[in-house]
Design a protein around this ligand. Sequence first.
Ligand code: H2P
Length: 813
Amino acid sequence: MKKWQDKEEFKKLFTEKAHILWEKDLRDMTLNEVYQTIAYMIRDLVSEDWIRTNEIYAEQKVKQVYYFSIEFLIGRLLESNLLGIDMDDICRQGLEDMGWDLNKVIPAERDPGLGNGGLGRLAACFIDSLAALQLPGHGNSIRYQYGLFNQRIVDNQQVELPDNWLVNGYPWEVKKVDKAVYVRFGGNAYMRPDEDGNLECVHEKYSSVRAVPYDVPIIGYHNNTVNTLRLWRAEYSREQLYQELSIGDRRRAFRYKDSVQQISRFLYPDDSHEDGRRLRLMQEYFFVSAGLQSIVRHYKKKYHESIYKFDRYVAIHINDTHPALVIPELMRILMDEEGVSWDAAWNITVRTVAYTNHTILPEAMEKWSIPMFKELLPRIYLIVEEINNRWLKEVRSLYPGDGSRARDVAVLWDGQVHMAHLAVLGSHSVNGVAEIHSQILKDSTLHQFYTCFPHRFSNKTNGISHRRWLIEANPQLASLIDDTIGDSWRRTPSKLQDLMPFADDPAFQEQLTRVKKDRKEILARYIRDRYDTDVRTDSIFDIQIKRIHLYKRQTLNILHILHLYYLLKDNPKLKITPRTFLFGGKAAAGYGEAKETIRLINVVAHMVNSDRKVNKQMKVLFLENYNVSLGQLLFPAADVSEQISTAGKEASGTGNMKFMMNGAITLGTMDGANVEIHRKVGDENCVIFGLRADEVMNYYIHGGYSSWQMYSDDAAIRRLMDALVDGSIDGSIGGDHFGMLYSAFLDRNDEYFVLKDFQPYCQAQQEIAKRYGDHTKWCHSSVVNIAQSGYFSSDRTIQQYADDIWRIKPVKH
Ligand code: H2P
């Protein structure tokens, strides 16, 4: 890897680059231009390695994995890339000489909003780990022109503003015009006999969309590997546009142009309408088809191997079901373009593809209406239909007379295409993302498939990049760890274990306390600057940051806060351990209850913060526009990590791991990866409460839970529920106040058991306060959490995927 020798060389190169890029005097440069200049300089340093990495993979004909994901929440890249090439110090010093502060330049980069939550962030951690471990693996996705949305809070409510993240250009991407491919939508597809009497497919009258790749380098940590994140942009095909125009139908021509441009315009179009859903399906096929075509083309051009050996050299991973069309699309390419028979194509496909499930929430399981699917993807539909027919024939012969089985495993059923079923059927490997989740997949969600293909199922507990979430996000803690146990944990995060002997070391505890205080002060400054509010850094920083969803139970948290507020109001002499409750997260634009939860949090926050009788002891804040960068500020500052989902619902969670790695104590249910965190740190070093997954399941199956009963038996709950609708917290008269939440809790029998877990949660919160009071013990717990967090590095997770699923090996160079 080329490097800058020293700060003098950095300054020289910076000046040259800045002049070429901006044609202006250095003194006139904006922070954004400074950031972009350094980004281009980093690209110059890594470009040879980027080319070389791909050459070596092809020369050595190594097996490569392509990670298909509809989201990659990569966050800012300037700092992580500087750390990756080990040039952060030189850059910092050089900038300082020229009058800039790197810490002020870093925020000039906009967070690419190419994801929603955990799923997209996981994909980002995974490509980071692939490059760090020198594994041949790349990402494939969409280059959305607008990210999710920028969240603002106006009048206590979420307002969604467009996230035009590309507005100033994106220096990390390289447009590869020569690698464009065409993706077909619509038209008619049918089978007819060819000259030899074999059936061939005719696909006619389709629309072509030009897919243009934009490549982003994924730079390995202190090595020479540079892998690729390929993001596809949809463009109209000039030929097709001219053709339409030449027929004289201008309206049709412009409709075509517009519909094509929609494809890569927004992340997650509102899918509550048929149109939104149609667009989403187009997006899925678009990046799947483009990605696969480019992989097959590269394989044929560089590997010079028979198409029948494709799966020996290529692994494709589908991150949840959004890219599951990989299965019929690979079949299409193999059969229609490469002349492979159905049976051979199916074998190659299944051996190539692997699938990860990320959720068991029924509403999140993708299904498409058959008429829409057929109209949009007629050739793919024929293939899916054939997959389904062959499969059901097999099922009926295996289980004669068992009619209900077909319903449980069919790909086409009830007028819908069931994507999870397609994904399981067309993959050689199916995994969940935490032990408890993988078990639930086997026991219930995908049980019938499990009985047919037990060997396909496994667990791969999620992980997070310790480079992003510890080294970059918390340099203060990272250097304390270096000073204590050396820096080998940076490459081998399991070595964090070496901190265990320091758990009771008073000197280490003192230093750790100082680091935490530092980080709380940094966050407090941010809060003061942005919200003009002071928070006490000697209070417990209790943080819940994640998408807003009823099952994640931000409601439980805010109800407890309201309860605490009432306690303080009722007993003016009461002293509690001071707390700062922080929330962050976006609610899907069409999700009413989630948006009402945000309003409830803000209304309660306002009431608490403006009440001088209580606001010395507690503060509540909803931080706007939670994203990766804000996360980097929040995780290091946390004392308590809120992981309070209804047991059995959160597949894994990854925020829980980020908090743990930064020394926060988990306050959580036995759900997702909390179970494994609990096993690693023990009861003494986390606080677990509430219903277990089997108890929740029991209630669902056998009934026996009544939230009205909870309401009538528990005065505290009654008071809270009444407060949701009597106007006492939002101070207005009339209207239904928080009627949607009220009705979810009471009229709809509290599907997520918030009221059932309310008292146990209050007790758990008391336990937290008690433990926080014993500083030495609290520090001990904090150290144990950091020391045990190495297991949750995504390096471990990726090594498992590489060994057990993809069968790929590192390539050193
Ligand atoms: C989802 C799951 C999480 C999981 C994550 C990554 C879909 O993320 O719900 O439990 O950790 O995938 O596997 P999220 O809810 O954060 O959008």
